[in-house]
Design a protein around this ligand. Structure first.
Ligand code: TXA
Ligand code: MG
Length: 463
């Protein structure tokens, strides 16, 4: 199968929210396509056609990460996702909606036929709020549970996934929910994604568009690297703005819980009525097998992982005066002694590590690090960071003992999140054997998502 990457110029109009002047809360009611066709829409129409007729999923951008989308109502199409990703089908998938009208239609299957007739018109004869008068119907009529309303108002469209009861009878393909009574649902902030869903004519089930075990893709090139030859089409809408996946919340239990930290933070959730007491239902500590004293081997848990081995340094990790990476680097060098090649060491810095991460202060060998020439811009064209390439030399003899690749993701948490997966992939592309990552202290903001992903990607964690 030949995989095409189609650039979708996001400067064109991709769609707009229908204007329901009488009620501000109905902003998300109906996502409408532009009246006339433009260059961007042509490629989206083609992708929509594929989603309607083929069982091969389509790669598309969202604001969080690239997704691998399929019509959530067709089993054969959803199975195509698992085939392309090489992922076991025991994981539930997130279902993406373009607007509240599509979601409400979906949640009220009994009224489905009736409501479909009024889709896009200004008719006021529907009874469940799809007519653009959300907020005017009584409590019992809105199929979206009340607990989620403040979240929807504040965070949609955006990086938040809510769990909803799977309606019975359900139009969702059973492969989407993996046998659970609930399904994950989100409305992406990306207009490109919403227009694609509208053109597909159905909600899209979409996991991240990486091969199973790899870091999530935040640029079209990442998707191509993983799925070339396995899907027909990747829509390229540029680099993802958030860079980590959506926050998954369950408001159907009390207190409500966060199942996966992501683009919407715990402290933002807590500001919403009914969510003040939201609790974490995910692990936010280093897993025991990986939490190791320096150089003790850790367990290998494959998730979000590049080919290179990742060693994560928790922000609390203090290596003393002898250099943060001294002992670990020495282990790497020792390991390469018997090999013909020299090691390539990647370093991802965030807050405090200096360029080369203190390697000149190495305890055992006296190593110097020089950058060679200007930084290389990263190969995926997402211009989030540059890769500085340098040499590791024994200071006494001047002998080259390795190559160092240095990436600085900056101090700002949002930019760390944006560049994180891309940096892991970029260092892989440059041939890194090991990647040392400087962790950030995880709080109640996006740092929780950053550290959650890094702890999963790491085969060893220094605490
Ligand atoms: O940002 C995102 O959410 C991206 C983009 C493409 O939208 N999608 C994504 O999907 O990350 P995926 O399949 O890689 O992750 C789905 C997550 C899993 O952690 C899964 O356990 C959880 O959502 N999930 C989905 N449905 C669930 C359910 N019914 N109950 C509990 N967890 C669920
Ligand atoms: Mg994923």
């Amino acid at each position: 199968m030949k995989t095409r990457v189609t650039k979708v110029p996001t400067s064109h109009e991709l769609g707009h929210w229908a204007d329901h002047r009488d009620d501000a809360s109905s902003d998300l009611e109906s996502w409408e396509l532009p009246a006339s066709l433009n260059e961007a829409l042509v490629s989206l129409h083609e992708a929509g056609e594929l989603l309607r007729t083929s069982d091969i999923p389509v790669g598309f951008p969202t604001e969080t990460v690239y997704g691998l989308g399929a019509d959530a109502t067709r089993s054969a199409a959803v199975k195509g996702i698992y085939t392309a990703k090489g992922r076991p089908s025991d994981n539930p998938l997130i279902v993406h909606f373009c607007d509240l009208a599509m979601l409400r239609r979906f949640l009220s299957p009994a009224q489905d036929t009736k409501i479909t007739q009024f889709n896009g018109s200004s008719s006021s004869t529907t009874t469940n709020g799809t007519n653009g008068t959300n907020g005017h119907h009584s409590e019992g009529e809105d199929p979206i549970p009340a607990i989620y309303r403040p979240l929807i108002q504040r965070f949609w469209p955006g990086p938040l996934t809510i769990l909803l009861p799977n309606p019975q009878p359900s139009r969702l393909a059973p492969e989407v929910t993996a046998g659970l009574g609930t399904f994950g649902c989100r409305m992406p902030a990306s207009p490109l994604a919403r227009t694609l869903i509208q053109l597909a004519g159905a909600p899209l089930a979409a996991p991240s568009a990486n091969a199973s075990t790899k870091p999530s893709p935040t640029a079209a090139g990442h998707v191509l690297d993983d799925l070339d030859g396995r899907i027909e089409l990747i829509l390229d809408g540029g680099a993802c703005n958030v860079g980590v996946e959506s926050t998954v919340v369950d408001g159907l239990c009390s207190p409500p819980v966060v199942l996966r930290p992501g683009g919407v933070s715990l402290d933002e959730l807590r500001t919403c009525p009914g969510w003040e007491g939201v609790e974490k239902a995910y692990k936010d500590q280093a897993e025991d097998g990986k939490k190791s004293a320096p150089r003790a081997p850790g367990m290998k848990y494959k998730h979000y992982s590049p080919r290179a081995k990742v060693v994560l340094y928790e922000a609390s990790y203090e290596a003393g005066k002898k250099g943060v990476l001294a002992e670990d680097l020495d282990t790497v060098l020792e390991g390469f002694k018997t090999k013909e090649s020299l090691p390539t060491v990647g370093v991802i810095r965030t807050r405090g590590w200096p360029a080369g991460a203190s390697i000149p202060h190495h305890a055992v060998r006296d190593i110097s690090y020089e950058t060679s020439g200007p930084p290389e811009t990263n190969g995926y064209g997402d211009s989030i960071f540059n890769v500085h390439e340098g040499e590791l030399r024994d200071r006494q003899s001047g002998t080259r003992i390795g190559r160092l690749l240095d990436v600085d993701l900056g101090q700002d948490n949002r930019s760390v999140a944006r560049g994180l997966f891309s940096a892991l992939r970029e260092l892989d592309r440059h041939g890194a054997d090991v990647i040392f990552v400087e962790g950030v202290s995880d709080g109640e903001d996006i740092t929780a998502a950053i550290m959650n992903r890094l702890r999963k990607a790491a085969s060893e964690i220094r605490v």
